[in-house]
Design a protein around this ligand. Structure first.
Ligand code: FUL
Length: 502
């Protein structure tokens, strides 16, 4: 270790001792002497990096799976496809982005390269790209069109670049890591701001039968350098795969999870906010971040869940699935089970062979969005009197930055709300202020009937957003009891809603 690294390490350790649990970082090391109480408090103070917070607040994002598979009617190409097959007749990236935007989606990700290695931009790295296709006489650039549409409509832009490449002749050799750096460099320098880079976990064999050892850390450093605001998802340090492709996240979803590979020298030399390794550990089990899981951890990181699912059975467009587009009701269920469970939804909407989003997908997206907008148009708790003084306004003002909390030593609390008259509702919304940390472990919502308090629903974690549906309740007085929290709980928003009719 060189002198500068040593000094940096000493500073980090001193800071940890000086500020203890108060340090606000998106990682924390567990020290050998830490008690269970210390560890719980440390977990409660881990917070998202700015790029992670921005990403979390998007709530809804979309994938566009589009490429040579769209034309061969496959899910995975083998890399031998002839580029002349790529020939959309009416490609309109503005239509894709507008369809997403109108559905409330705040950021989209285009499959710039899937496992078949076919590039949707005219890359200098290979001939296996749109430049060799008849589309626009080889002058087209799908990535550019999507990036331009995102800018025109003011939504985020991201790229999916498959590490697995079944076409590249250098795949399986060291040269492939350079080849991949060259591809990433083109993508990260030609199209303006990139908000998310999505790396898939698939690692199969290339054309020469060899598997590749991916130099992920080099790629992460390149992304940090060229697009420092971009989140690196899945095979990356910022965003974790929820663990299924169903659209359903965990009911108990902690954004702070153990990382077994937190390295003191790495942290001291730059902090994980800007680094450069994927947290390791079991990230697909049922319980990732409970007390039992974290007390044996070496380190803890803010590593939130992204819930990806396709609007159709496949990721790419297939005409045979035109009548299998998920219904608005199914999409709504997915919304409650992803965004409503402290995750970000990544909904795939695959453009068809024409190069537009199919009419059936469009219709279901519109109906889905209508149900969400109508349901959440009016918070039935608005104007309620509360027992929490001025903070009563903060949890009802739709301003995430203002919030309620308790005295530092409290780990339970009761918030009572006197609604403005009798209201009928069947949806609860809770949001913790995650810039303070994720803390709530157990809560119950109750209503008063006569002198009795009756349970409406119970829950565990809240995180950035928790939505729970239940049978309609009519009441004028409700209370939220926080039964367990890792440190003083916070609440940015509280809402009661009535689900709109389908
Ligand atoms: C997977 C890929 O193999 C699928 O084709 C798809 O791109 C999905 C989002 O990730 O692992």
């Amino acid at each position: 270790m060189n002198k500068n690294k040593l000094i940096a390490l000493a500073c980090t350790l001193l800071c940890n001792i000086a500020f203890g649990q108060e340090a606000k970082e998106n990682y924390v090391l567990i020290q050998p002497g830490d008690t269970e109480k210390d560890i719980i408090a440390k977990a409660a103070n881990v917070t998202p990096a700015p790029r992670q917070l921005r990403w979390q607040q998007l709530e809804l994002t979309a994938f566009f799976h589009f490429g040579i598979n769209t034309f061969t009617d496959k899910e995975w190409g083998d890399g031998t496809e002839d580029p002349v097959l790529f020939n959309p007749t009416a490609l309109d990236a503005k239509q894709w982005v507008l369809a997403a935007k109108n559905a409330g989606i705040k950021q989209v990700i285009i499959t710039a390269k899937h496992h078949d290695g076919f590039c949707l931009w005219p890359t200098a790295t290979t001939n296996h790209s749109v430049a060799a296709s008849p589309w626009k006489n080889g002058e087209g650039d799908v990535v550019k069109e999507v990036a331009g549409a995102c800018r025109a409509y003011g939504i985020g832009f991201g790229i999916y670049v498959s590490p697995w490449d079944r076409n590249a002749s250098v795949y399986g050799t060291d040269a492939y890591n350079d080849f991949f750096v060259a591809q990433l460099t083109e993508l990260l320098t030609r199209y303006g701001r990139v908000d998310e880079v999505w790396f898939d976990g698939a690692n199969g064999e290339g054309p020469n039968g060899k598997k590749q050892v991916y130099d992920f850390e080099r790629w992460y450093q390149l992304i940090r350098k060229l697009q420092p605001a971009a989140t690196i998802a899945i095979m990356g340090p910022d965003v974790r795969w929820v663990g299924t492709e169903s659209g359903y996240g965990r009911e108990t979803e902690w954004s702070v999870v153990p990382a077994d590979n937190l390295d003191q020298t790495e942290i001291a030399s730059g902090s994980q906010r800007d680094l450069v390794f994927k947290p390791q550990g079991d990230m697909t089990g049922n319980d990732l971040g409970s007390r039992e899981k974290i007390i044996n951890a070496k380190g803890l990181v803010w590593y939130p869940a992204e819930t990806d699912v396709s609007i159709r059975p496949g990721w790419f467009y297939h005409a045979r699935e035109d009548d299998k587009v998920k219904t608005p009701e199914k999409l709504l269920d997915i919304y409650y089970s992803s965004v409503g469970r402290n995750g970000v939804l990544l909904l795939n909407i695959p453009p068809d062979k024409r190069g537009v989003i199919h009419e059936n997908d469009m219709a279901n997206l519109v109906a889905w969005k209508k149900m969400i907008s109508e349901t959440f148009a009016v918070n039935l708790a608005n104007g309620a009197g509360t027992n929490i003084g001025k903070s009563g306004k903060h949890i009802l003002d739709q301003d995430y930055d203002t919030y309620w909390t308790t005295r530092k030593k409290d780990t339970t609390a009761v918030i009572e709300l006197n609604l403005k008259g009798s209201k009928t509702f069947d949806v609860l919304l809770l949001q913790e202020n995650i810039t303070i940390g994720q803390r709530i472990e157990k809560f119950v919502l109750e209503y008063q009937e006569g002198k009795e308090w009756k349970t409406i629903t119970t829950g565990t974690t809240v995180g950035y957003k928790r939505l729970i549906r239940f049978d309609p309740v009519t009441a004028s007085k409700v209370r939220l009891r926080i039964l367990s929290s890792r440190l003083n709980p916070t609440l940015s928003e509280f809402g009661l809603y009535k689900q709109a009719a389908p």
